[in-house]
Design a protein around this ligand. Structure first.
Ligand code: ADP
Length: 229
């Protein structure tokens, strides 16, 4: 894959009801090539999650634009609803459905596929995340790291054009966290998946990302290539 996948240009966003016209995003611009991993780094409250919410379509932008491939997702005049954006998400909580086993969790976003194709895709994804024999397990039968890998498989299954990850490792113990960071990076690379990750952990940002940007007070500075990229 090549070419620019994601482009934010001068995005401004204010939450409804925020006082004094306070901007949660104050002119955020970034570009990410297809197949690359970008990371937003910064302290709590600086606007990282808001960037993801704007990209996913949960918040309209006041000005500027968000494009995915050649499609305009958001601008002052345009707001494509979340379900029409090919954007997948993975969050910090173990978001697996407890009443479904791992295979059915992964199959969740694949309901429109015929059953044989769905089964094949689920097997492919469970293998990709290193859990080929865990399809019959429920969340309580999986470790925290395994649950997050199933959650990743579920997010990847519908082949989103862009995957958003919000602090996906923060509920894990440090050793699991470090191991999973590397595993997730390798899985995303193997899938050629374009992704934007949010974290406040600098080592994690540099371990996983091709591009890292630092956020402060609704602004993004230093959107630069990571040292390893
Ligand atoms: P981060 O992800 O970096 O911790 P957020 O994007 O969650 O930061 O928040 C950025 C700013 O927007 C903060 O000042 C926060 O208080 C504010 N904010 C977040 N969500 C809302 C909301 N739903 N309504 C009003 N203000 C919000």
């Amino acid at each position: 894959m090549s070419g620019q996948a994601l482009r934010l240009q001068d995005v401004r966003l204010a939450y409804h009801g925020s006082t004094g016209g306070h901007l949660a995003l104050d002119g955020v611009s970034l570009a990410l090539d297809a197949g690359r991993i970008g990371c937003l780094l910064g302290p709590s409250g600086c606007g990282k999650t808001t960037v993801l919410r704007a990209i996913a379509g949960f918040e309209p932008v006041r000005s500027g634009s968000i494009r995915l491939g050649d499609q305009l997702l958001s601008s002052a005049a345009t707001h494509l609803p979340p379900e029409q954006r090919r954007v997948g998400m993975m969050f910090q909580e173990y978001a697996l459905f407890p009443h479904l086993d791992a295979a059915h969790n992964v199959a969740f976003g694949l309901r429109r596929l015929p059953a044989p194709a769905r089964r094949a895709r689920v097997a492919e994804l469970l293998a990709l995340v290193g859990l080929p024999d865990h399809g019959g397990r429920f969340a309580h039968e999986l470790s925290g790291g395994q649950q997050q890998r199933v959650a990743l498989a579920r997010a990847l299954a519908p082949s989103p054009q862009l995957l958003l990850l919000d602090e996906p490792f923060s509920n894990l113990d440090p050793a699991t966290r470090e191991r999973l960071t590397v595993q997730v990076r390798d899985i995303l690379r193997a899938a050629g998946q374009t992704a934007v990750l949010v974290t406040h952990n600098e080592a994690e940002a540099h371990a996983i990302a091709d591009h890292v940007g630092v956020m402060h007070n609704g602004r993004l500075t230093h959107w630069h290539q990571s040292a390893h990229a």
